[in-house]
Ligand binder design. Structure first.
Ligand code: RFL
Length: 400
């Protein structure tokens, strides 16, 4: 089926206008559509682009349970693999943390339909996005690709609207009762917040070179190498493709090193000489990521609600962003459905506080992971390197 066949040309209004077809927007649109809510999804990029953009890969147990609950986890179960172990490599040797088993007795292990305790799914984000989009379109959901939201207007008034640039360049105005800003950090939702909205920002002072290698995983666990030369990470994606990360000097371009030098450095930091060589392969992608984070507060402005990266950006160190996006989308879908079907706005009134509690917990964990894994980030330059290294060793010993 083509996009246009799936996009009912039904005018420029919907009860809920969802901006952005990432994990947040797609889960939200699927849930609203299944509840019989009139909604439309507006996406700046093409369908091909959103379905091929590689990003996250680790989905937490709760994300699997949410997707299960709404019949959206078919692809995840068919093609995803399960992971419950991470391996730390340090100068004091290596040790494994079986976090999957740790979750079995706690919240992570209870009551999930998938019944997989605390194990994560490894499933590339672009595959999840493809599944969600296919499900939405196959069930008659409305989506407009190549349609950029420019601004949200009158969010605190009686007639909220979104101005867009349509695929042919025409400006258009979409009117709705609610707008869900799931359009990421640089989207229109954030830009449309009033000047007094609070944006908490923090720079962890660490930069990563993120790599996607055409090579099978080199270990059957997430690998975290804590090395005096800086952090290195190994994360499986598929049997043929693996993500690696190198702590990187800020300001140095991604192309500065040859592939040979990158693999040699990964070998060194991952201590391949002691623990076995890495499977090498061509580097498909290189990207620079400054580990920064932010939180918008509150997540609501009148009829405009923010979810996913639009609400809060997390450094990728703890693999939380897509998981929070899915969780917030489920909460927002329930609240919007209550408001539109029963006139009950309690969920919408509590949405921001409820999500911010999850967001700050994720930010705290991400900060802890970032300090655990990295050589003295720039933000702690006042600290003696030896002091910082000793602190890291002590943190790892506690974890062990
Ligand atoms: P997305 O996925 O960015 O989707 C937003 C969508 O909005 C569109 N858009 C617009 N549409 C209309 N009008 C506009 N003006 C628009 N502006 C933007 C965009 O084209 C896009 O389609 O946001 P969402 O849905 O909130 O999802 C968030 C996640 O994508 C993100 O948090 C994760 O990728 C973070 N992350 C990880 N999270 C995990 O839970 N587990 C992981 O293993 C994990 N690994 C990662 C990651 C992020 C990474 N990067 C990109 C830093 C690994 C990496 C390398």
């Amino acid at each position: 089926m083509t996009e246009s066949q799936n996009s009912r040309a039904s005018g420029e209004s919907a009860d809920v206008i969802v901006l952005g077809a990432g994990p947040a927007g797609l889960v939200l649109a699927n849930l609203l559509h299944a509840a019989g809510i009139d909604c439309v999804l507006l996406e700046r990029a093409s369908r091909t682009h959103v379905q091929t953009r590689p990003r996250a890969g680790f989905l937490a147990p709760n994300t699997g349970r949410i997707l299960d609950r709404h019949g959206l986890a078919g692809g995840l179960h068919r093609h995803g693999s399960r992971h419950g172990t991470c391996e730390f490599r340090t100068r004091d040797g290596r040790f494994r943390l079986d976090y999957g088993a740790l979750g079995q007795g706690g919240q992570g292990g209870q009551s999930g339909q998938s019944g997989q305790g605390g194990q994560h799914h490894v499933y590339p984000q672009q595959n999840l996005v493809t599944d969600l989009l296919t499900h939405y379109l196959d069930h008659g959901g409305r989506v407009r690709f190549d349609t950029e939201a420019l601004a949200v207007g009158d969010a605190d008034g009686a007639a909220p609207y979104v101005t867009t640039r349509e695929p042919d360049g025409r400006p258009t105005r979409w009117t709705g009762r609610y707008v869900a800003g799931c359009d990421g950090r640089h989207g229109a939702a954030r830009r449309s917040l009033p000047p007094d909205a609070v944006r908490h920002h923090h720079d962890h002072g660490v930069t990563w070179l993120g790599l996607l290698a055409q090579a099978p995983p080199s270990l059957d666990a997430v690998g975290y190498a804590v090395h005096d030369r800086g952090f290195a990470g190994h994360m499986a994606r598929t049997p043929e493709v693996t993500r690696y990360y190198l702590q990187w000097q800020r300001g140095v371009p991604a192309e500065a090193w040859s592939e040979q030098r990158i693999w040699d450095e990964l070998d060194l930091r991952m201590r391949a000489a002691e623990h076995g060589p890495l499977h090498r392969g061509p580097l498909l992608e290189r990207g620079i990521f400054d580990l920064t984070c932010d939180v918008v507060e509150p997540l609501r402005h009148g009829s405009l609600f923010l979810a996913g990266d639009a609400a809060s950006l997390l450094a990728p160190a703890a693999a939380k962003g897509a998981n929070l996006a899915v969780l917030e989308a489920e909460i927002l879908a329930g609240a919007l459905t209550d408001a539109l079907t029963r006139g009950d706005t309690a969920g919408l009134d509590g949405y921001s506080d409820q999500c911010l509690a999850h967001i700050w917990r994720a930010q705290e964990f991400t900060g802890w992971m970032t300090r655990l894994l990295h050589v003295a980030p720039d933000g702690e330059q006042g600290t003696e390197p030896s002091f910082h290294a000793a602190l890291r060793r002590s943190r790892l010993a506690s974890l062990r």
